[in-house]
Ligand binder design. Structure first.
Ligand code: SAM
Length: 244
């Protein structure tokens, strides 16, 4: 069986286990992709790896898939959070999509002093994360959290979690270029990306007094926040993540 479609489902997966499809999934598989009985689909649920499944019942309102063999083990990304100040809708969508592809464990939109987007649609962003995981071959979907306030989040900060504080004020400062290369692998981390307006002086003072915050420049030019998110994920994954 040759399966081209990967689908995230919120059901336990294992040999012989059946998955009852919800209406939108049935519509997508049978209405849009025109699959019929006997067709193959790849399934993952973020816990049990990837499974080859066969369509065993087709209906307009539902349908059933039956798991056959595991095609990939569960693979968790490193314990890395991407914390970012949301920007315009399409660029925020881009950040979520890229964070999934690059291997973040959690995606955390935050309100900073100069954040210009007041609200996010968490469920829409979570659906984007699911689509990105389906598309990139990952077996894990990071949670997109509700928008939190950065200052409050730092008050309860887990002292074990290090912060890669992407500081535009250091752009071009080569002497600060690689604090990550001296760090041990395997620790929990968070990457912090600011809004279009950058970080405020008060926020900078706060990071300065936080032992877990490591200011890092991302080259000599000021990057847009969405570019900075991808660049930071690349630098971190290369130094401390699952790329090497
Ligand atoms: N308006 C700010 C300025 O001109 O200084 C730029 C903010 S930038 C568009 C948005 C975020 O991307 C920054 O808060 C920072 O986290 C990150 N960023 C952009 N360029 C960077 C660089 N060269 N080094 C470190 N972080 C950078």
């Amino acid at each position: 069986m040759d399966a081209k479609i990967r689908l995230y489902v919120d059901h336990p997966l294992g040999e012989g286990k059946t998955v009852l499809l919800e209406r939108p999934q049935a519509h997508y598989l049978f209405g849009v992709m025109r699959l019929g009985k006997g067709a193959a689909v790849l399934l993952f649920n973020g816990r049990d790896g990837e499974w080859l499944a066969e369509v065993t019942e087709v209906s307009k309102r539902g349908g059933v898939l039956t798991c056959q063999v595991q095609t990939a083990p569960q693979q968790m990304p490193p314990d890395l959070w991407l914390i970012f100040a949301p920007i315009k809708k399409a660029r925020t969508d881009f950040i979520v999509e890229k964070a999934v592809e690059m291997g973040a464990r959690r995606i955390v939109p935050v309100q900073t002093d100069f954040t210009n987007a007041g609200r996010i649609q968490r469920e829409r962003l979570q659906a984007h994360a699911v689509e990105a995981a389906e598309q990139c071959g990952g077996t894990f979907v990071p949670e997109v959290t509700d928008m939190a306030r950065l200052d409050r989040m730092l008050t309860d900060w887990n002292p074990q979690r290090q912060i890669m504080f992407c500081d535009e004020a250091l752009a071009g400062d080569a002497s600060k270029a690689s604090p990550l290369s001296n760090m041990q692998k395997g620790q929990p981390w968070a990457i912090l990306i600011g809004p279009e307006g950058g970080f405020s002086a008060a926020e900078r003072d706060r990071f300065g007094s936080l032992a877990q915050a490591h200011p890092v420049p991302l080259g000599p030019r000021i990057l847009r926040a969405d570019t900075a998110a991808v660049a930071a994920l690349t630098v971190w994954q290369q130094a401390l993540g699952d790329w090497a």
